[in-house]
Design a protein around this ligand. Sequence first.
Ligand code: GDP
Ligand code: ADP
Length: 201
Amino acid sequence: MLVLSSPSGAGKTTLSRKLLASDERITMSVSVTTRPPRPGEVEGKDYYFVDVPTFHRMRDEGELLEHAVVFDNLYGTPRPAVEQALSAGRDVLFDIDWQGTQQLGETAQQDLVKVFLLPPTAADLEQRLRSRAQDSEEVVRQRMAKASDEISHYTEYDYIIINHEVDDSLGKLTAILQAERLKRRRLTGLSSFVKGLRDAL
Ligand SMILES: Nc1nc2c(ncn2[C@@H]2O[C@H](COP(=O)(O)OP(=O)(O)O)[C@@H](O)[C@H]2O)c(=O)[nH]1
Ligand SMILES: Nc1ncnc2c1ncn2[C@@H]1O[C@H](COP(=O)(O)OP(=O)(O)O)[C@@H](O)[C@H]1O
């Protein structure tokens, strides 16, 4: 379970899309949200867009692995898709905030790799939020105002990437993923492989 968090506009969505396109062993966890869709966002690909009663029902029936309020909207991770992907041996990428990351850590600390993305400067962050051109001025101001609070959680993460240039950041994220996959405890079948090797010696 690879978690990518950052203040809004630092580049999580951009980097996630590139990672998904370049690595066929990882699946995106598509969240449910009560936030209205942005122009171009696709139901079931970017988010499942639901109303508040639907979200509450999903939460109350235990269908969400974690959930949080972010910028006055509700966000949550549907449980079944994640469980299916993990049991099929796939890795899962989460674009979730620090609250959700903490909740995943309560039950799956060993299976979690946490990456925090930082913008190079405050001016870059603001420029990226504006260049996305999908949020109103009020929403951009609200997100800038929250960025410092979001960033204060960077110490809860395993890895930090300062997102200067997208392809360079993708290289770093890919390196993290490769190294974490090579952790001894994550290599299923390793002991029988080594036994076979040793038996043949
Ligand atoms: N806890 C939690 N946070 C989420 C989830 N989905 C998205 N988020 C976070 O909600 C925040 C707002 O997301 P979004 O509205 O797409 O705006 P963006 O980050 O500016 O693209 C970001 O910090 C996301 O990482 C989720 O399922 N759970
Ligand atoms: N390294 C980067 N350099 C310049 N612009 C970037 C970079 N990463 C992302 N962007 C741009 O910044 C804007 C916000 O990125 P996005 O991926 O939507 O952020 P987030 O998902 O973290 O809110 C988008 O217009 C995106 O194209």
